[in-house]
Design a protein around this ligand. Structure first.
Ligand SMILES: [Ca+2]
Length: 450
């Protein structure tokens, strides 16, 4: 008996036994038994190699080696003349033309040029210690999930961290104790709401001037003082849900499609209970964006504008792989992951939205993944392959989810590569991390592990 070990460096090797051989190449094997010694028979492709061709009675020891508990003879692969083939450097994944880790920095690990961050206002973010910080104008914001990229939003809730202000109307038996506790931003700026339970105590702030049918998101940070207490939250007379604060700060949020022109945040308790609150926000979004502190007037956070210098962008085939999450994908409209805009304004890019991942290339039909596969708050690895401007493929976590033929190369140079927006509109409202650009169309096998 003799044994072959077949490997392509990817799959688990297969052990094949045979009893005879004839011919002078190609050879004919007789008495072939596939998938021996605990291995599995594969449909080997053209890249598979014979890793070892052992003509020896050592096969008996080999069988003991792989089947006996504890390898009683201490048989090694070397003993058997079998040298494992190392896993090959698949597809040269190590040589992107650009690699931006986007881990607490816009610095490029690989590539020339730079990433530019612009934003006309300050903005907040959660730092690596979980504290809400304020980033300066134009400063990129990094959170544990990567580079935070948001569109503009306005907080119309006044005195967002001072519930004793006149903008907050207190009814019945709700009192406010000012600045009693460290808030999520590290300042002693959280207030205590004290309900004595003799009536339906409530505190409310109403904001007028909306168009009927507008969807707003109402959010507030809360921390339990009275453990186990539950507070009802209303918006303009509509019950939104209950808030049951815990022993750690948490941001609670609700969406409301307005049936009138007023939105409100109303916190109610009909029993004796206390709760710490901070950071109230009312914004025209389908989800809560980063906290915007206000005093006597609404405050607007400007959109992030993040872009790559164009010298990193391949001019023919290319592949973009990036980790992405987004606050919400369920509503109509897209969240741009990246977009290339050529001198003649031709468009290439990938977006997430309405539950799907969409890639498009010039005016061709978009490559759309199956809908309802994307969920808010989860991180996905989005891959987009443009193969000679003749076809495009979209990958989600290494799985091909859409393909499309056709298209034409962009004209005009240079291009601007916007990250997380379309030149400050169609915001990602989420994070990007581990961005890589390759100057060729990576194969499906390579994308699987990219
Ligand atoms: Ca306060």
């Amino acid at each position: 008996m003799a044994v072959l070990v077949i490997s392509d460096g990817l799959s688990t090797p297969e052990v094949v036994t045979y009893t005879g051989v004839s011919g002078s190449g190609p050879y004919t094997l007789t008495g072939v038994e596939r998938g021996q010694c605990g291995s599995t028979a594969h449909a080997w492709g053209s890249g598979a190699e014979v890793a070892s061709d052992v003509v020896s009675t050592l096969i008996n020891r080999w069988e003991e080696h792989v089947t006996a508990a504890g390898n009683p003879h201490n048989t090694t692969l070397d003993d058997l003349g079998i040298v494992p083939i190392p896993v090959k450097a698949l597809g040269d994944l190590a040589d992107p033309v650009l690699h931006a880790p986007l881990v607490w920095s816009t610095e490029l690990a690989v590539g020339s040029g730079s990433i530019t961050s612009q934003r006309a206002t300050t903005a907040t973010y959660v730092d690596r210690g979980g504290i809400i910080r304020t980033a300066a104008i134009n400063a990129p914001r990094f959170e544990s999930a990567g580079l935070l990229i948001e569109g503009a939003s306005s907080n119309s809730c006044l005195y967002s961290a001072d519930f004793s202000a006149a903008a907050w109307l207190r009814l019945y038996n709700c009192a406010v104790q000012v600045n009693t506790r460290a808030a999520p931003d590290g300042t002693t700026n959280a207030d205590t709401l004290v309900f004595d339970g003799t009536q339906y105590g409530q505190i409310t702030q109403s904001v007028a001037g909306y168009t009927i049918g507008t969807t707003v998101t109402i959010s507030v940070y809360a921390l339990a003082d009275t453990q186990g207490a539950t507070f009802a939250v209303w918006c303009a007379g509509v019950y939104l849900g209950d808030m049951a604060p815990t022993s750690t700060w948490r941001r609670y949020q609700w969406q409301s499609t307005l049936t009138g022109t007023t939105a409100s945040l109303t916190i109610v308790s009909h029993v004796s209970a206390r709760v710490y609150v901070w950071g109230a926000q009312i914004e025209v979004k389908h989800y809560a964006t980063s906290y915007i502190q206000t005093s006597d007037a609404p405050v607007t956070r400007a959109a992030d504008l993040i872009y790559l210098s164009s010298d990193n962008w391949p001019v023919d085939s290319y592949t973009v792989v990036v980790d992405v999450d987004h606050i919400d994908v369920g509503h109509v409209g897209g969240h741009r992951i990246y977009q290339v805009m050529g001198a003649t304004n031709q468009l290439f890019g990938v977006q997430a939205g309405s539950g799907a991942l969409v890639g498009w290339h010039n005016s061709t039909t978009p490559v759309t993944s199956s809908p309802t596969i994307l969920q808010a708050g989860l991180t996905y690895r989005a891959g987009y392959v443009v193969d000679g401007y003749a076809s495009q493929r979209v990958y989600l976590d290494g799985v091909l989810v859409g393909a499309q033929s056709g298209g034409a190369p962009p004209s005009g140079s240079p291009y601007i590569v916007y990250l997380g927006s379309n030149s400050s509109t169609i915001p990602l409202d989420g994070h990007l991390r581990n961005l890589r650009i390759y100057d060729r169309a990576l194969s499906a096998d390579v994308l699987r592990i990219a």
